[in-house]
Design a protein around this ligand. Structure first.
Ligand code: GDP
Length: 462
């Protein structure tokens, strides 16, 4: 038996409390190993039909001690995620019981899976291509329904199909070029071939550009829209933040390994994940204007995809307000006139001279009014009203974006090469390069180290 196909096992559910935890096994011996620890009268999993579910207990055969009461699913190759025999043991959630089940399975024949090894096997066994494997990773990390939708589509192979079509277009062209060169039927074959190359290069380039245009939205869906809430003290920033965090199901991720653990807070606003930037700092520091003066704050603003600039419309515009407007002029910005429940003292006409009137939203966080308008604006800003295009293929993966950019510049080389009268066989090299670069997205042309590096980014149990 080759090492590659040893039976592997891992906990496939996230760590922590949950009603159910799953230990997954995959490999030639998955059923035998499970049978060594599974008890349900005389029932043996190996005799069961594929894709069936069985009640029983997990027992340590050496000590005879029952570990947990479980439901076990039996899924035989090839109709499984890894295309190998797969057994999933559904046990009680919580850290100890899942861990104990894993321990006995490991003790009786399975090897602990490396991070991403299940997905790697799915890829190696030809079930999914590389961009789909990456989609699995995105799916695990998806922060909103919309991000999940994009990842699911990628998993379905939308992007792969698109890329494969582009590649086959390029390949057809290259074949045609070969034919023209080898069997010149006409005197002007060189001109014809050049024309063909330029036309195709332009066509493919246009489609790549279209894909790249979706990249900014895709990236936001994946990583969250870096959002800063700023304004003078007491205008209602914390109230807004708390409202968003409570109402919109905050997702808090801890990023360990930095000098102090940073807490990233995400809120989901109509499918747009907002990553609230440096919110702790904003809550702690009263003198926001002073902070704006500090280079670090400027940097934070520069890195923000969106600024929510809050004013209290119960007070006149101050010099500080004007400074804040100036400091955020280059940002995507939504201007919030808060405390609408109180009498108006802020001169709206004056404000409209300083900021885009369309960017203004009126709210009262106290009475919870106007916040839906704010959310609408946020969603509109980033989908530009494209809700109908939910099914568009988004490119969101950094590696894919880089490869598409490289392929585009290879095609540029084809175009400028022909236009400056370079010989066809030299231009052909650039065309071939674009074909190879696109192939790296789907993994059709990909190196071993890249694979190892990619799959190691997965979490354990995937
Ligand atoms: P921050 O300093 O900008 O974070 O402001 P806070 O969120 O701490 O709010 C300052 C005060 O304004 C608090 O007492 C809030 O309850 C109050 N506040 C916030 N939003 C509103 C609003 O829409 N209307 C009224 N009347 N008060 C508000």
């Amino acid at each position: 038996m080759s090492l590659e196909f040893e039976t592997i096992a891992a906990i496939s559910t996230p760590p922590g409390e949950g009603a159910i935890g799953i230990v997954r096994l995959s490999g030639d011996e998955a059923l035998e190993i499970a049978d060594r620890v599974y008890r349900s009268g005389t029932k043996k999993l190996i005799n069961q039909k594929s894709h069936t579910l069985h009640y029983g207990h997990i027992e340590n055969p050496k000590t005879g001690k029952t570990v947990d009461e479980v439901m076990v699913s039996v899924m035989r190759a090839p109709k499984t995620f890894t295309r190998e025999d797969v057994v999933e043991i559904n046990c009680h959630g919580g850290i100890t019981s899942v861990n104990q089940v894993l321990q006995v399975v490991l003790q009786f024949g399975a090897r602990l899976a490396e991070p991403g090894e299940f997905t790697k096997r799915a890829f190696l066994n030809g079930r999914i291509d590389l961009s789909q494997a990456e989609a699995v990773m995105d799916l695990i990390r998806a922060k909103t329904d919309r991000a999940m939708h994009v990842a699911l589509q990628q998993l379905d192979g939308n992007l792969s199909t698109l890329i494969r079509n582009l590649r086959s277009d390029i390949l057809d062209t290259l074949a045609q070029v070969e034919v023209n060169i080898d069997y010149p039927e006409y005197d002007d074959v060189e001109t014809l071939t050049s024309q063909l190359l330029v036309e195709k290069a332009k066509l493919v380039k246009a489609q790549i550009q279209q894909l790249l245009q979706t990249a900014s939205q895709g990236k936001i869906l994946r990583e969250g829209l870096a959002t800063a809430i700023i304004g003078r003290p007491n205008v209602g920033k914390s109230s807004l933040l708390n409202f968003l965090l409570q109402e919109e199901k905050a997702i808090v991720t801890e990023v360990a390994g930095t000098t102090r653990d940073i807490i990233e807070e995400y809120v989901n606003v109509r499918g747009v994940p907002l990553k609230l930037v440096d919110t702790a700092g904003i809550r702690e520091t009263e003198d926001i204007v002073e902070r704006i003066g500090v280079e670090k704050s400027r940097q934070a603003l520069a890195n923000s995809d969106l600024v929510l600039l809050v004013f209290n419309q119960n007070e006149k515009l101050t010099e500080e307000d004007r400074l804040l407007i100036k400091a955020t002029d280059q940002n995507h910005r939504i201007v919030i006139l808060n405390k609408m429940d109180l009498p108006n003292k802020l001169d709206l006409t004056k404000l409209e001279e300083l900021v885009d009137p369309d960017s203004i939203v009126k709210t009262s966080i106290l009475t919870k009014s106007g916040i839906d308008k704010l959310e609408e604006k946020i969603a509109y800003l980033f989908f530009a009203g494209q809700t109908g295009e939910k099914d568009a293929t988004y490119v969101s993966n950094v590696r894919h974006i880089a490869l598409l950019n490289d392929a585009e510049s290879a095609l540029d080389d084809v175009i400028t090469g022909i236009e400056s009268g370079m010989p066809v066989d030299l231009v052909q090299i650039d065309m071939t390069r674009s074909w190879e670069l696109l192939g790296e997205i789907t993994g059709d042309s990909v190196q071993d180290e890249l694979l190892t590096q990619l799959f190691s980014q997965f979490c354990l149990g995937k």
